[in-house]
Each structure stands twice: as C-alpha cells, then as structure tokens.
Design a protein around this ligand. Structure first.
Ligand SMILES: Nc1nc2c(ncn2[C@@H]2O[C@H](COP(=O)(O)OP(=O)(O)OP(=O)(O)O)[C@@H](O)[C@H]2O)c(=O)[nH]1
Ligand SMILES: [Mg+2]
Length: 218
C-alpha cells in the first residue's frame, strides 16, 4: 500500500529507443506523435535524435525520453550503443517490405539477447494506410502471432493517417508502468523499490548506453 502511494507521487522516467531499417517510418511516427506533422520527404536520420514527453498512466506521471535512430546499416554500431540502456525498444518495419520485417526481428533477437534486456519491446508495422491496394508483404497475423508468443506490444500504425500512433506510445507507457509494478511485487518481501524522481522539466537526455533509474531494486 505504501509502495503504491509512493508510485502515485513519483515521476517515472523511461528511455525508449526506436529501431528499424531505413525508410520504415521511424522519424515519421515521431513527427506525427510529437508535432502532428507528416511529410513525404523527412530528412534521413543521421545518428540519433531525441524527444521527450509526459504521459499519465493511472496516477503516475511517465516521462518518455524517445530516441529516433538511423536505419542505415552504416550506423548499426551507434544504434546498438543507444538501445543497450533502453527501458523500451520499438522495432519498426514497413508492412509493404518483408525484408524490413526480417530486420526488425533481428533487432529484437539482438536486444533480447543482451545481459539486461529492456522491460518492454514493441513490434510495429508501419504504413498501414498503403495496404488497401493489396501490396502488403507482412500479414498482420504473422507479426501478431510472433509478438504474442514473446509478450511484445504489437501494433500496426500509419504515420500518414495517424492510425495507432498515439496509441503506440500510450501502450508502451502503460506496459512500462505494469512491468515496474510487477517487479515491485515479485521482490516486495525481500527488496525495496526505488523510483526515479527526475523533474519533468529536465531536458538533458540520458547518455547513450545508460539506463536511467526507474524501477530497479536495491
Ligand atoms: N504512406 C506512408 N508513408 C510513410 C509512412 N511513414 C513514413 N512514410 C514515408 O516513408 C519514407 C521514409 O520515412 P522516414 O520517417 O524518413 O523513415 P525512417 O525509418 O526514419 O528512415 P531512416 O531515418 O533513413 O532510418 C518517407 O517518404 C515518409 O513520408 C506511413 O505511415 N505511410
Ligand atoms: Mg529517420
């Protein structure tokens, strides 16, 4: 009860990294969510980009630090440094390109194989608005089945039509809070939960490879 009260008062800060091969729409998803903006010609991401936003989940304030990474393979080493410390990773593919789905699954395999895997992984099929003309290469059921078997968040989005874009970040926030509460319950008798209380006004992003404190035990 006391821990629940403490959770209500605290702000939880999470590092979220978006990965996926080039052109799947990672930057477009972010632009749509943060700026309500879509363009046919966003700049190709070079290295990484950072945005942050506050969500309310139950009675907790959740701050997501969202990192947009470059999909081109020449940046793969940099991307790896960023997802290493992440609380959540969103692996995006283009539903019209099977190769991008295969790359998203490779990312997920790499990420889950880490010594400290993220609390939450989301598999996201983007460009859902294009599937109406029958050019889809990845069936919803194929990806949904894969995700369900591994307890991943799964969603098909359209950065163009805004479909499921906000819902994606809301689901990730909710799942992060759930995972924190689960860990608290699991270790409740033996260990004490500590929550991060960084102010929402903080603009300094977490350095790459570092995990900000959210719901670890001591
Ligand atoms: N129709 C449609 N086009 C999209 C959607 N999302 C992105 N695009 C287009 O796909 C192209 C690539 O989008 P980006 O957001 O730059 O892709 P990215 O994954 O950030 O690419 P990198 O930065 O190179 O890794 C652009 O022309 C976008 O306009 C979508 O949901 N629907
Ligand atoms: Mg980009």
């Amino acid at each position: 009860m006391e821990a629940k009260r403490r959770l209500k008062r605290k702000e939880l800060r999470f590092k979220v990294v978006i990965v996926g091969t080039y052109g799947v729409g990672k930057t477009s998803i972010l632009l749509q969510h943060f700026d309500r903006y879509f363009t046919r010609d966003p700049k190709t991401t070079v290295g990484v980009d950072f945005r942050q936003r506050k969500f309310h989940v139950n009675n907790a304030s959740v701050i997501l630090e969202v990192w947009d990474t470059a999909g081109e393979e020449k940046y793969a080493n940099i991307v790896q440094i960023y997802y290493r410390g992440a609380h959540a990773v969103i692996a995006v593919y283009d539903i019209m390109k099977r190769t991008s789905y295969v790359r998203a699954l490779e990312y997920i395999a790499e990420i889950t194989g880490q010594a400290v895997p993220p609390l939450v992984i989301a598999l996201v099929g983007n460009k859902r608005d294009l599937c109406q003309d029958g050019r889809r290469e990845v069936a919803t059921e194929t990806a949904a089945t894969f995700a369900a078997a591994r307890n991943l968040v799964f969603m098909e989005t359209s950065a163009k039509s805004t479909d499921n874009v906000d819902e994606l970040f809301e689901s990730v926030s909710e799942r992060l809070v759930d995972e924190c509460e689960k860990r608290k319950t699991d270790t409740h008798l033996r260990q004490k939960l500590r929550l991060n209380s960084s102010p929402t006004t903080a603009t300094t992003p977490t350095p790459p490879g570092h995990r900000v404190r959210c719901c670890h035990t001591s």
